[in-house]
Write a protein that binds this ligand. Structure first.
Ligand code: NAI
Ligand code: MG
Length: 359
């Protein structure tokens, strides 16, 4: 098993170091090789996704990714910006299925912005299609409006597009994921007004007939946004397109307390995957040793489960994380009165200790 380790920028290096420590503590046999990505790669080699880094990612069974970006690169032309590295990896590796679990750990129930009773026991999985939709649809551009309310005025346009095979493959991913959970899929669309999402709804419905053991329902995206803060526990697996998934997964993330707790996985058709925390490089706290490494450590657990076929090892990491939370250890982002504030490294050490003690 080969893992490509791409720490990136800002807190990326700090949090990935802790996840690597945790992986080593499992005593499994894998090879880990590190390469620069994002701003770090731009500084060293003049490009955010150097060919050698891409090669390493291609050859690996899985990629552990930290975060990229910093305000100081904002003036660079778009192709050289650190964020292009993550878009490039998604594109080159065909990572079309983005898994974002939103789990509210018992010990963090009070860290959520919602009432504790609404989030206690929350465990939902948002599956976002990652390579289609309005972010990539052509044509797009700017021009003088040929018609409409203001003919001749400057206008900009994007195109929302999905093909049947793109919808089919993400639907299969969702139904299969639901089979390992409570066998319920909610498909989020806007079929009432968008042709793209009428096709989406039709195709998901057809695919669903092949999973008679999984219950399927459909909900419009505006109602989904409302239900997520009204009664989030009503959901189990949620599947949706790229843009709706972008927005709803950030909304769901906040139900759990801190973005520093949220892992993610992006998979391709071969179950190769890129695993990263849902947050960015947090330049405001980088270098201070205070970032929460748990999202990255939990991403490593997802990597073991989805790409490396080591579900027991994944369970061990997740139990260890719950154990350190139960011990009252908290990084600053999840700290509350009566708990013990620890730094990035101490948190990683505590997870390692919890793993080692259960060997
Ligand atoms: P961010 O997620 O980096 O930070 C948002 C806020 O959350 C900040 O106050 C930060 O301190 C806090 N935070 C984030 N992760 C944390 C952690 N592990 N522990 C404790 N606190 C944490 O988002 P922001 O500030 O919008 O973007 C910063 C940079 O990251 C930008 O350059 C952006 O483009 C990039 N970015 C990269 C992503 C990626 O690599 N996949 C994803 C999102 C943003
Ligand atoms: Mg987003």
């Amino acid at each position: 098993m080969k893992i490509a380790v791409l720490p990136g920028d800002g807190i990326g290096t700090e949090i990935v170091a802790e996840a690597v420590k945790v992986l080593r503590a499992l005593d499994l046999r894998f090879e880990m090789e590190t390469a620069p990505v994002g701003g770090a790669a731009y500084e060293a080699q003049g490009h955010p996704l150097p060919e050698a880094t891409l090669q390493l990612a291609r050859q690996a069974d899985a990629i552990l990714f930290g975060a990229v970006g910093d305000w100081k690169y904002d003036k660079l032309e778009r192709q050289l910006r650190p964020e292009q590295a993550i878009l490039g990896l998604r594109k080159h590796l065909g990572l079309f299925a983005n898994f974002r679990p939103a789990i509210c750990y018992e010990q963090l129930t009070h860290a959520s912005s919602l009432k504790p009773e609404l989030v206690a026991g929350l465990d939902i999985l948002i599956i976002r299609e990652l390579t289609g939709d309005i972010y990539f649809g052509q044509p797009r551009g700017r021009r003088q409006a040929p018609d409409g309310h203001f003919p001749g005025a400057e206008e900009a346009f994007d195109t929302m597009r999905y093909t049947r095979p793109e919808i089919e493959r993400i639907a299969h991913v969702a139904f299969q994921a639901a089979r390992k959970r409570s066998r319920r899929v909610t498909s989020v669309d806007k079929a009432n007004v968008l042709e793209t999402f009428q096709l989406w709804k039709d195709v998901v419905t057809e695919v669903g007939k092949r999973y008679p053991d999984v219950a399927l329902d459909h909900i419009y995206v505006d109602n989904a946004a409302m239900q997520l803060v009204k009664a989030p526990k009503k959901f189990d697996v949620v599947v949706t397109g790229n843009m709706f998934g972008d927005i709803l997964s950030d909304e769901a993330a906040m139900l759990t307390g801190s973005i520093g707790m949220l892992p993610s996985a992006s998979l391709n058709a071969g179950n190769q995957g890129l695993y990263e925390p849902s947050h960015g490089s947090a330049p405001d706290i980088a270098g201070q040793g205070v970032a929460n490494p748990l999202a990255t450590i939990l991403s490593a657990a997802m990597m073991l489960r989805y790409s490396l076929n080591q579900p027991e090892a994944a369970d061990r990491i997740e139990s260890a994380v719950q154990h350190v939370l139960a011990q009252g250890l908290r990084t600053a982002d999840i700290w509350s009165q009566g708990t013990t504030k620890v730094g990035t490294r101490q948190m990683g050490d505590a997870v390692v200790a919890a793993i080692t003690s259960t060997k």
